[in-house]
Design a protein around this ligand. Structure first.
Ligand code: ATP
Ligand code: MG
Length: 417
């Protein structure tokens, strides 16, 4: 029997938690048999950063990137291996710049999604560029910040066009707060966005063809933000949240991304969905962490074994045609986008592959999570994250939530067998 070996590269920043879990589950999974009986073996390595010739051949067949959003040398390497070497990347490095929230807002507004009203205002401070003074004097039009905010209505949010981790985000309730926030925005480029008065905050994490919708509580400390709460949305709103996340991802060619939506009544408003390096920390995902790691292993193995080719072309016109159909309702458009997303993610083929070639991965994951392996990781992660006097508290907190997943997952597997 022929064996194909695949090398997965991890391009990492400071994280140790999910990479260790990923490496361990992949190792335990062992060889996978593809359709037609071919045998596939997987190796996983952490990528180092070094000079590269643009014609050098990379050793990797698939790369999971967590670094390029701030480190530009590996970002350019990703573009090179995508363009020249057909390496499979989970997130297209060409639309990655849409990590700017701005482009992502524009795209989804164009498709008719209920993104709150948003205005981009010019920089508060002069740019550090010798051409700026002349250009600004000649072309920058004076503008009335109060009038813009008044037209949007209070409260509103001021936040950077390329945000992340709440940097520079403020909720504005009055003209005085508006001016204070704008004055302190300095060299950051800011959006003003109408605040949504929401009933539920849904944060969905998508990994390939799978999406997990989680109840998010942004006002709580990090470790309590994802609440373990199933069915917190109506079936209709839940389905819409999933479709929106998958649409964003299919549109931009992202396969590892999170999407924040604010649900007010039956209306679903996406507000932040360009997170091509989504939070998958054990300390924040807790209960959902095993699902995330398993989905990541499954998607990588699926892509490699089936020879899935990365698509650099976004085929935006196919979405715009749907958007521009004046006779179609919002619901009909969403359904049509959902079909494009399913086609992009090969959802049926993925599910079939998981049921046949990866039938044992649920047991493998449960076994590892329930055993000492994850517990060691949990302890190491807590020690690396929190001050000493909080270790016991956080270890107990995380053990409780991971234990809850183990109980739920055991029950699910028993019911399925
Ligand atoms: N239009 C809005 N209406 C209501 N709340 C909002 C709105 N925009 C932002 N927020 C609140 O502000 C928070 C931060 O905004 P946003 O997610 O856009 O910034 P971020 O820097 O990407 O944050 P993170 O990295 O946590 O995702 C949101 O989680 C939400 O609680
Ligand atoms: Mg956010």
């Amino acid at each position: 029997m022929t064996t194909t070996r695949h090398l997965i590269g991890l391009l990492l920043g400071t994280e140790e938690d999910w990479p260790r879990a990923f490496e361990e589950i992949l190792r335990r999974l062992g060889p996978v048999t593809g359709t037609g009986g071919t045998r596939h073996e997987f190796d996983c390595e952490r990528i180092t950063i070094e000079p590269f010739g643009l014609r050098d051949k990379p050793r990797y067949h698939l790369v999971i990137d967590r670094l390029a959003y701030w480190y530009y040398h590996p970002r350019e390497w990703l573009k090179k291996i995508a363009l020249m070497d057909n390496v499979y990347l989970l997130n297209s490095p060409f639309t990655f710049q849409s990590m700017e929230k701005h482009a992502a807002y524009c795209a989804m507004m164009r498709l008719g999604l209920k993104v709150p009203q948003t205005v981009l205002v010019p920089y508060k401070n002069p740019l550090d560029n010798s051409r700026y003074a002349y250009t600004a004097a000649k072309y920058n039009r004076p503008f009335d910040l109060d009038a813009i905010a008044g037209a949007i209505g209070y409260p509103l949010f001021m936040k950077p066009y390329d945000g992340g981790a709440w940097r520079g985000v403020s909720r504005i309730g009055s003209p005085a707060e508006l001016h204070a926030a704008y004055d302190s925005s300095g060299e950051m480029l800011m959006h003003l966005q109408k605040a949504v008065d929401y009933d539920a905050f849904a944060r969905s994490l998508s990994i390939g063809a799978e999406t997990m919708v989680m109840h998010f509580q942004p006002e709580r400390p990090m470790h309590l933000r994802y609440e373990v709460h199933h069915d917190f949305l109506s079936p209709q709103a839940g389905a819409e949240v999933v479709t929106i996340g998958r649409l964003v991802n299919a549109f931009f060619r992202w396969e590892f991304n999170s999407c924040e939506t604010l649900v007010a009544g039956d209306e679903v408003h996406p507000i932040d969905y360009a997170n091509a390096c989504p939070d998958v920390a054990l300390t924040s995902l807790h209960y959902y962490f095993p699902w995330a790691i398993r989905a990541l292993v499954k998607w990588c193995v699926f892509a490699l074994v089936t020879g899935r080719r990365p698509k650099l072309d976004t085929e935006a016109d196919r979405y715009f045609e749907i958007a521009d159909d004046a006779s179609a309702s919002y619901e009909q458009k969403l359904a049509a986008y959902g079909e494009l997303a399913d086609a992009y993610f090969e959802t049926d083929r993925y599910q079939e592959f998981c049921a046949t070639s990866l039938a044992h991965i649920d047991e493998i994951t449960l076994d590892w999570v329930a055993g000492p392996g994850l517990d060691e990781l949990l302890i190491d992660t807590v020690r690396a994250t929190y001050p000493a006097h909080e270790h016991d508290q956080f270890i107990a907190h995380l053990r409780g939530l991971v234990g809850l997943w183990v109980a739920d997952e055991s029950a699910r597997l028993r019911a399925a067998s």
